[in-house]
Design a protein around this ligand. Structure first.
Ligand code: IPM
Ligand code: MG
Length: 358
């Protein structure tokens, strides 16, 4: 089959990690007789430099015309002081919104051979960890009304709003239930219903929806502060977690670190169709950009998720996952996951080894 993929390399380590993922996709193409056509477009800081905006119209058009999108990372010190509307992050938020990608799946899995890279004690992680975070991606405080001003008595002020509609909560609940139906049949819904009105609606809606359409699924609620604690206390209790945009952003970094390194975690962003955007959950790491030390595995796994979730190529997904596991089992490590008695290799070498094993 033939697939057209838009690649948004972005900034910092973005181009290096995308090139690693492309190498692996090409190996998959060769083995399974698919052809992947890659079109590179600008997003983030590099787009600001070239066109003055973080998300050029031409990039949006290309993404909407392709079968799926692979993204590296955006941002860097260079663009940190720009006005909010032309910051690199605006490009990322903009493309998620423009493509209607309300559902962000972030699976945090502890790889067997990386158990000792987890900052948690071995007793806590020895049973394995696999937390599928289902993060709402186009609503909440990220996209709510905001403003700033100056008030005569108190000086400068600023505000953002967390707002969710029943429809937005229902559609993300459906995604979480569909995933849970194939797994432990349990979802943990994370909110702050003891304080926030939006969370009380969230909780009520998740329960009503799941009870009506997925009676076989158990919904447990957890307050976000407790969830942050439970993830490090007993990560094995989590399977599918459904939560809002901002809570999902925060908890997914925490869950990623529990599994050893944020350099290992991929994510898919989907809407109602099959066209998605696949990216590592980590950022552009400008401090290590261009040194070929960045771990490409998260982006390679993101490419694997694209094959499975957008192109329905489950065997190809598994081939990549197995290749990653076997390179790790052989003791090869990039700097971020380096352990005793392992061989430290560069980012490009990691991608090459994985590609060879496909
Ligand atoms: C993420 C990132 C983004 C987010 C930033 C870069 C806007 O942290 O994908 O988790 O907050 O969604
Ligand atoms: Mg984040």
């Amino acid at each position: 089959m033939n697939f057209n993929i838009t690649v948004l390399d972005g900034d910092g380590i973005g181009p290096e990690i995308c090139s690693g993922a492309i190498k692996v996709l090409n190996a998959v193409g060769k083995k399974y007789a698919h052809s992947f056509n890659f079109t590179h477009k600008l997003i983030g800081g590099c787009a600001i430099d070239a066109c003055g905006v973080p998300l050029p119209e031409d990039t949006v058009k290309a993404c909407l015309a392709s079968d799926s999108v692979l993204l590296g990372a955006v941002g860097g010190y260079k663009w940190d002081n720009l006005p909010v509307d032309i910051r690199p992050e605006k490009g990322l938020l903009g493309i998620r919104k423009a493509m209607g990608l309300y559902s962000n799946i972030r699976p945090a899995k502890l790889w067997k051979s990386l158990a000792s890279a987890s900052p948690l004690k071995y007793e806590i992680v020895k049973g394995g960890v696999e937390i599928i975070i289902v993060r709402e991606l186009t609503g909440g405080i990220y996209f709510g009304e905001r403003g700033k001003g100056i008030d005569g008595n108190n000086g400068e002020y600023a505000w953002d709003t967390e707002k969710y509609s029943v429809k937005e909560i229902q559609r993300i609940t459906k995604i979480a239930c569909d995933i849970a139906a194939k797994r432990t049949k349990k979802i943990i819904s994370v909110d702050k219903a003891n304080v926030l009105e939006s969370s009380r609606l969230w909780r009520k809606t998740v329960h009503a929806y799941a009870e009506k359409y997925y009676p076989e699924i158990t919904v447990e609620d957890m307050l976000v502060d407790n969830a942050a604690m439970q993830i490090v206390k007993n990560p094995a209790q989590f399977d599918v977690v459904v939560t809002s945009n901002i809570f999902g952003d925060i908890l997914s970094d925490e869950a990623a670190q529990v599994t050893g390194s944020i350099g290992m975690l991929a994510s898919s962003s989907l809407g109602d169709g099959t066209r998605g955007l696949y990216e590592p959950i980590h950022g552009s790491a400008p401090d290590i950009a261009g040194k070929d030390v960045a771990n490409p595995i998260a982006t390679i796994l993101a490419a694997a998720m694209m094959l499975r979730d957008s192109f329905n190529l489950a065997d190809e997904y598994t081939a990549i996952e197995n290749a990653v596991a076997s390179v790790l089992d052989s003791g090869y490590r990039t700097a971020d996951i380096m352990q005793d008695n392992c061989k430290k290799i560069k980012g490009s070498e990691m991608a090459e080894l994985i590609a060879q094993l496909i």
